[in-house]
Design a protein around this ligand. Sequence first.
Ligand code: PLP
Length: 388
Amino acid sequence: MHSAYLDHAATTPMRAEAIAAMTEQLGQVGNASALHAAGRRVRRVVEESREAIAQALDARPSEIVFTAGGTEADNLAVKGLYWARRAATGATRVLLSAVEHHAVLDCAHWLADHQGAQVELLPVDEHGRVHPDTLRSAIERDPESVAMVSVMWANNEVGTVQPVKVLAAVAHDHGIPFHTDAVQAIGQLPVSFAGSGVDALTLSGHKAGGPMGVGALLLARGIDPVPVMHGGGQERDVRSGTLDAPALAGFAAAVTSAVAEQEEQAKRLTSLRDELIARVRAAVPDVVLNGDPDDRLPGNAHFSFPGCEGDALLMLLDAKGVECSTGSACSAGVAQPSHVLLAMGTGAAAARGSLRFTLGHTSTQADIDRLAEVIAPAVERASRAGLS
Ligand code: PLP
């Protein structure tokens, strides 16, 4: 049985060049902060990785702060920028899109519970997009009180791409720092740090074909978040902790390849993804495609299956060799409807009957064929079981 891995937005297989770059370093000794020859060798690996990522994303090497993943980079951006601006100006409002990943959303809620922040979730349209006028009017209610704005580059559940450049310009009209979580965009969309005009941008290694547990926050010149991690003063004192040189070598190799192949992959994945959507629609006529029909991540297809429980459908598909995701959180064994779909105006029942299929660099026609073969009987069984 061909197994179809359709969950690249959760994590994508490591690229061969990333495995090679990482394993080459794993057998070497040295701490990048040490002054001896072994330390200097590792420092060179770290700095070359930094330069490679900077070049791929149109940033300066000095703008890159390495972290242990996307979640940590989001924490540093949201908490660090809030603390810095509150100290400098007294501003305490944090504006976020209602469809952010929990790594951004929960930081802001924590700031509200413990650090005096007022969190405002910017509403989105039925496709999950924040309109620049929505941000503008939220800011203009009291511009001086806004500490920071965060809107993701592209949504991890429904794939909708945000007008990040325009949103950043709206924030900048009032001198407010703007952060974007670009974890899902790398390798799927063209990403230029300089060209986007954002002040802070989150990356994650394992979404680009690099290792897990490594990421980065890109910070424009003059943007100095208060550190979340304290210790040895690495990464210009913004993020302490011994740098994981082998992981950074793998991360840099992955980002370099993902960006070099982006245009070609985007074409290939868009065509596979459109076929996936057409074949699911043919097999399940009442299925609803969520997210922007056109301006979405090339590898993302997200559907609601009326009358089905998403978890049940996921397990039925898994038994047939198709691996996908519900995208919604499960706490204490109870499936919660996705906050992204609810913010888009999807009803709770439809939200619970939703599944995400995501393609990446190893996806093939055989994956689509497998899904097309098994989707109709799986939906039929799940809808017979109904909603719990
Ligand atoms: N931000 C987005 C949009 C994501 O999709 C993810 C991963 O699911 C993260 C942040 C977290 O990144 P990491 O797994 O590297 O902590």
